[in-house]
Ligand binder design. Sequence first.
Ligand code: SF4
Length: 1383
Amino acid sequence: MITVAQIAETLSSVADSQVYYINPTLTQTKVASFEYLSSNDAFAFIESSFPTILNINSHDLLTSLPSLSTGVSKDKKFIINVAVSNRDYSIVTAFKDLGFNLLISSNAKESYDFSIVSYLLAKVSNQSVIHFYTPSKESVTPYAQKSIAELYQSFDLKANADELESAFAHLKPLSGKLYSEFELLNPSGWLTSQSSFEQVFVLLGVNSAFTEALQKQSHGIISIKVYRPFKVSKLQTLLSGLKFSILQLVEQSSINLQFQPLFLDLIDVLPTLVGAGKKIITSQLLSVDSSNAAHIVNTLVSNGKIEKPIQNLALGQPFGTSSSASTAAAAEPKVDECYLKILQQIEPNLNILNYLSSNPSPEYSYGKFLYDESQRSELIKLVEARLSSYSGKLNDLLTQWLIKAKESKETFDATELIDQLEKISSGNASPILSLKEYFHLKSTWIVGSDNWAFDTGLTAFHELLKSGNKRLKLLIIDSDASVNRKQGKKNLGLYAMNYGNSYVSSVAIYSSYTQSLTSILEANSFHDGPAIVLAYLPKSENHLDMLKETKIAVDTGYWPLYRYNPTLTNQDDVFKLDSSFIKRELQSFLDRENKLTLLASRSAKLEYNLQSYNKKVERKIHQQSKDAFHALLDNLGGEPLTILYASDGGNATALAKKLGNRATSKGLKAKVLAMDEMSLDDFQLETNVVFITSTSGQGEIPGNGKQFWDGIKSSTLDLATLKISVFGLGDSKYWPRKQDAHYYNKPSKDLFNKLKNLGAGILCDLGLGDDQDADGFNTGYNAWEPKLWESLGVSAENADEPPPITNEDMKLNSNFLRGTIVEGLADKTTGAISASDQQLTKFHGIYMQDDRDIREERKKQGLEPAYSFMVRVRLPGGLSTAAQWLKIDELADSRGNHTFKITTRATFQLHGIVKSDLKETIKGINSAVMDTVAACGDVCRNVMCSAIPQNQHLHNQLVHSSKVISEHLLPSTTAYHEIWLNDLEEVKREGGPKKIKIGGDALVDAEPLYGPTYLPRKYKVVIALPPYNDVDVWAHDVGLIAIVENNEIVGYNVLVGGGMGTTHNNTKTYPRTGSMFGYVAYDKVHLVCEKIMLVQRDFGDRKNRKHARLKYTIDDMGVDVYKGKVEELLGWKFEEARPFRIDSNIDYFGWTKDENGNNHYTCFIENGRIEDTQEKPHKLGLKKIAQYMVKENVGEFRLTGNQHILISKIPDEHLSTIKSMLAEFKLDNLNYSQLRLSSSSCVAFPTCGLAMAEAERYLPVLVSKLEEELEKLGLRNDSVVMRMTGCPNGCARPWLAEVALVGKSYGFYNLMLGGSYIGDRVNKCFKTNVNEEEVLKILVPMFAKWATDRLDGEHFGDFVIRAGYIKPTLEGKYFWDDLPEDI
Ligand code: SF4
């Protein structure tokens, strides 16, 4: 114990840390520079910003958890030394989710050393350190003070070095011992070499009696020294070096959970161990000493040996009791037990009114509480009346009690008071003594189930809130997550927050243990009204399902984690969201519930006694609520019209809204909803309903109408009082095969017929819109709408309507890309930003998306989609330093979805970033000298170039040109800097976003190149170096082909007008390859790119975004006219294009040496996804390689347009290390078929909002199936460029592939054939709507034919044309011509 203080005394002045000694004892020797605090709310008194806390005990630390989790810890970095009480290490896991470093020392020497390590860590880390130690009387030889001080001063962290490992290594010369996060103990002491054990125990906690008993039986023990950061991979490595068959996870803890925190920490790696035949057992250790250790070890070991071991054995004596014999209990914790244990641990004056298992009835529980309260009121009256008759100590005690009892705030232990009363036991004391049990003022908890969230329970809940009782705490455990149970359940959290007088929190112990503890502590100490803790603990027969259900509930926002304390003065602290997503407060819910609350609070008629619970009252509340609603409706006047839509592309939604506006302008009471927002119950009460639905997939109703349709199609409702009409949107040519023709507008037809069959009256006949009509679906709509008005008896004339807001309007009115982005980021009620800001943030490199995998599930639960953002980096030339790689890797983990993507434009893309993390993400990227400006949007996008590993000089030139073009065409607006970087410390860099310029109060912004409306659409520039075309130089607005003379790029041939995006079946859209303009000198190329862009800026189509790309401008204008305008702006003419030869558009994998002797490795990354999987820990491996590069100051990364990476510029002396790292992390595997190596896909599901079918997740599966066939045909080593996208926008450039699959609907694709191997010819549709089976059926025979009939060196794309399978597309505009007949 004293050793920890010694270190603090030595280091506090060197480290500039004020030392606070908590709970001083009378006997201790005081240190002058320490501050001594006796308060157990120590953190309220601490002002220093770098405090060291000494001698705080577990209990005091635990009660400080709320302060440490927010408030006081915000701006401070603590070093906290905790003397663990009773060897109960539940205190360690209590802090697991707080982001602190958590160290556990197990003896005096370690405590001494870890105290120093705490200072070292605090010096270099942004996080606080908690050091848990067991007070010991062992003596330790102290180090010289000077040595300790020097050690601290000389400690620094090398870039990207591991903080902990560095601190341990730095301490070693002084300590003589190299500590580690995990230590393997065996009878001979510290051991790290390979050993063999029958059983291995991973122990969280310190208990020498227990470890000695285990060692005697020669079992392996891994002691956890560092619990946070918890390095699972390190533990895995340690375990993989041991031979054992049984792994026991043992926590020395008083909290008994079904899933101990340690088990949850390891949950990702346990399946691997189980798969390798290991048995995993978790147990809990209570108080164990030398008298019971051997018995407990025997029990554990025997349990390990039986076939089905008992999980969660709790062994030992309860903490705080002396041990004479051990107890062993197979304890399956009861549902409420884990929460109650926490309560018991923190609150000595606890009164639990009922248990979930014994009586979960809300009426009973609250009734019991009311009864107790009435008895206490009686007692208060008695004491007040007789107080003057008591004197001395008893009078004092009664007065104290009276104050506390009337305040209802504090607890009071009345043992002494009752003793005194009983001693005098006079006649007038007896009525008081008959109520003596009510003298005890306790923290009173009702434990309830989700019954409280249904009608009857809700009434009790309402009464409880209304009472405002300050002593009452309610723990509601929601353990029934079944779908039926979810429906109709009221949101108690929202309901309680509406009242504004209660503490409310929502917790899930198996999602965040720390947050659950913090909430319970906060609730227990809340004294300004009732405190309500809503706890999620889904019951399931399969225990792992419980964890899965918890994870889904929290991740989808069904069960958000939050804490609400209306009494906090700082408004920002009142509501704290502890999980990423929160349920959107459905307006209808709030309207109804608010009304109920207000009515009840106001109306004396609604007062009632719960003990005589009366159904009539409930009905009355509903009636009043309903009446108020109808009164509201009556005031609106006019014929009601409800418009329900189902839409996935947005057309049906827009049409429904337009119809709604027109209805309102005609005096109708119109409301517009997605179909799924209407319940069948409410539907029956409607008068006039119009449906507008588009057609999805294989003739299905879009997602936001599915639930409604599923309900209605199987229903037998009587709709005789309802009048309806339906308008459908479809495409009669979408399914070219005759047998599929019935899919056309199927949802609208089905819906119309079903409603008619249910007896609904018809307002007007079914209307059908066809994309193939002259005016698209509007042709049909314009004929249908007047009939609707006629049937409703209103004029068919539509008043002048404002034109719809276009992208051009948004840009123009955005004040140079500002819009309301700042306000949108600050809006915490939604994870989304406004539609207009969604367009503007694209210019900042940000796309809003939602997780489409869980979209339907969230909708069912009444939640908004799980919005998150994709962030794309601008990385000219695709060149990344190792430090930049590490930053992206870190952001993917800390802010994103733990993966990132190498895009088809050779840059980084992060996914899954929630709104509240956006700014920090953008700042993080900029701090590493990258940015995201213009990575998306109607501007010049990231400029990419060939990766060309074999020639460093030429690559330097390519990157130089890429940067010059990118920076020359960068938007000038200062909005990016203003929104994202206003509080970022300046980073030295050339180029990049412009900084804030302020002239007086006015922002001085201008866009000399772009003007306020920027470009009509995106503008893409790439550079290829023949014979490589790894950038697909024909596919972009501008493709530059480098011309080399004497190993020097002297200039570029310029291709103009390439572009990929199309719309299915819209023959006005097509992919196009660039047209040759001629040659320009190297140093003029940026000017050429600028002038080409300016012509597009001025002549591009700004009315129709589907026709706005440069490829259409150039075809509309004619290539020569366009070129002439560019030359006019340049003031000179293009030279004749110079000869060049392109061989392929693929990447070449493996090692290459450049002219300087440096080595480059092109690494295969399937579809550009950097992630860790069981088989391929690529992300971790690349991180390790990047760390090595930083440490050794060598190398760089190059990203390719085919979504692969190069580990570049590796000198010979580092080659073997890099090679061994590549091997270790399975990055050196190039043993794939050429088909796989030449394939690529876009992202598509789950994040891309435009995806119609899978791509990135499915292409590898399909390739595996094709590979088998190619292997048989002897084609494994023949390259075929194959690409897949989820929609026709063409992000992975499918239109240039030899074989491509373009998503049509889920599981169905258009099969394209005939692109060229070098990427200069657009392919053509061979067959529409094919599924996997058909793809294999078509392609395999073609490959077989190619294997036997091909000419020498003939590629597949050329062969299918020569063999007559498909006609060539000679120019983009002929893409739709010459299609096969049986398409
Ligand atoms: S091609 Fe379509 S589905 Fe794929 S990423 Fe691009 S927009 Fe999304």
